[in-house]
Design a protein around this ligand. Sequence first.
Ligand SMILES: [Zn+2]
Length: 254
Amino acid sequence: MSATTLARWLPEAGQITVLTGAGISTDSGIPDFRGPQGVWTKDPAAAAMSTIGSYLADPEVRRRAWRSRRDHPAWDAEPNAAHAALVDLERAGRLRALITQNIDGLHQRAGSSPETVIEIHGTMREAECLACGLRTPMPEVLARVEAGEEDPPCPECGGIQKSATISFGQALKEDVLEAAVVAARSCDLFVAVGTSLTVQPAAGLCLEAVETGVRLVILNAEPTPYDGLADAVLRKPIGETLPRLVELALGTSR
Ligand SMILES: [Zn+2]
């Protein structure tokens, strides 16, 4: 589909569900952990911290994980123009839902409302007790790490705590996944941004949308397995292109 065709039907696209992946946050200085240049690809020890079995079994993995959370680039990161564009889309009443694979919380930092954002992989901005489920703001737990607790236990039950993210080997939250599937099916246009669409459930959401008759647009630097199903595929810089798409959708482009 050509740019002129996009320009014609984006304004008529009605309710839009957007799925975002790591590619939307790289402009904010947060590396893509899974991509070809990703941290996990280069450092298997980093992957162990994100595997629930190793995390529970090995105190040294947990100590390393807390240091890694403390040093995560997201704490100093600012949302970029692509995050801001999705706030505009929401304020114009055109954003059905914002599904994200990202755990960095930058959509909410940009101004997207928490009710609109569906974090399928959880959030690094909270800690969760793996025994009793207690949620604590991450900065509070990291303050304990700073004060010398290398693996701070749950203040309620003494259980092992972890960032409230979905690690490898951990089940997704049933209600969160359900909300994402409903959002993928009940929109007029599904836009996948900065995601390789190789990880479930994100990949399957594209299929849910297409099978329901929803138009699919993919904006990603690399080819994805779903490009053939998409009505439009854009391999352009996200920080420039997503704001442009939102302007077209809102009829505010010059
Ligand atoms: Zn607990």
